[in-house]
Design a binder for this molecule. Structure first.
Ligand code: PBG
Ligand code: ZN
Length: 328
């Protein structure tokens, strides 16, 4: 084996063309899934203050936004709904005329060639902000799964292309798969939020989705940040129950989990660069403390390098424009 001075690792770094030729990780617009927040009403476009460049949009505005997203070359969006009415059982989540169902129907009708994913959980729809049915302060698993199944089926009936359960109840993937199949939606893939951690990085999202729990936290169903073996068990379970795509969330602080999941299971693997990860980069960039664009690309590249095949990110539009501009 040659050693220095015969061997010089810098030879492959002297020019940009050589650097591009030997680069190991390629970020592509095809990898991006853009999260969107839909609200009732008309002609509404209101910025979420902790997530600059992201908005609450009514369905009419959302449809226009989706056309822009599609023409930027981003292949997919994931929808989150803020209903006009919340109750104990989150009934807005499985209302055939609910906010997500209306949004999906409108996008599928008006926008060609855009994958529409829907997030399946109850926390945006419950008056208490919890992800499921309560008995006192306990979140009941099996009763919640029944409602999640109704929600998933109603999203598919509205025309959703991919169903993404984010609740972390036990057994929900199997139950949703079975119900979708029974209703003839055997072609609709399930993207499971399989290893979703109880994370402080969801703060800005909870403002955006108005889903902060009225008391307590989500630690009885979302995962403990200290665990990775358990994440492998969660993912294995969801795969056995029929998940087509698995997801790790958040992304940046959990790159080891993404890496391990991809190595172990080899399934299409998604990662969610969540609201707090986005907000921190934006805020530091706005303060002039970091170069926002550079850190945006570096953070997304890191997630891809760890093994993610697709990335849910609030930077999708900015990153797509960057990739166009730099012809990457
Ligand atoms: C719903 C849900 C959450 C996120 C996605 N789906 C919030 C939560 O679990 O509290 C967070 C996304 C983000 O922070 O960007 N369960
Ligand atoms: Zn939830």
């Amino acid at each position: 084996m040659a050693a220095y001075p015969t061997k010089r690792l810098r030879r492959l770094r002297y020019s940009p063309l050589v650097r591009d030729m030997v680069c190991e990780t390629v970020l592509s617009k095809n990898d991006f899934i853009y999260p969107l927040f839909v609200v009732p009403g008309k002609n509404i476009k209101k910025e979420v203050s902790s997530m600059p460049g992201n908005y609450h949009m009514s369905v009419d505005v959302l449809v226009k936004e989706c056309k822009d997203i599609q023409s930027l070359g981003i292949p997919a969006v994931i929808l989150f709904g803020i209903p006009d009415h919340k109750d104990e059982l989150g009934s807005g989540a499985y209302d055939p005329d609910g906010i997500i169902q209306q949004a999906v129907r409108a996008i599928k009708k008006e926008v060609k060639d855009l994958l529409v994913m829907t997030d399946v959980c109850l926390c945006e729809y419950t008056s208490h902000g919890h992800c499921g049915v309560l008995n006192g302060e306990e979140i009941l698993n099996d009763e919640t799964v029944e409602l999640l199944v109704k929600e998933a089926v109603s999203h598919a009936e509205a025309g959703a292309d991919i169903i993404a359960p984010s609740d972390m109840m036990d057994g929900r993937i199997g139950a949703i798969r079975k119900a979708l199949d029974a209703k003839g939606f055997y072609k609709i893939p399930v993207l499971s939020y399989a290893a979703k951690y109880a994370s402080g990085y969801y703060g800005p999202f909870r403002e955006a989705a108005e889903s902060t729990p009225a008391f307590g936290d989500r630690k009885s169903h979302q995962m403990d940040p200290r665990n990775t073996n358990e994440a492998m068990r969660e993912i294995e379970d969801d795969i056995e129950e029929g998940a087509d795509i698995i997801m790790v969330k958040p992304a940046g602080p959990y790159l080891d989990v993404i890496y391990r999941a991809k190595q172990k299971f080899g399934l299409p693997t998604a990662a969610y660069q969540v609201s707090g990860e986005f907000a921190m980069i934006k805020a530091a960039g706005r303060n002039g403390w970091i170069d926002e664009e550079r850190v945006m690309i570096e953070s997304l590249t890191g997630i891809k390098r760890a093994g993610a095949d697709m990335i849910l990110t609030y930077f999708a539009k900015d990153a797509a424009r960057y990739l166009d501009r730099t012809k990457k």
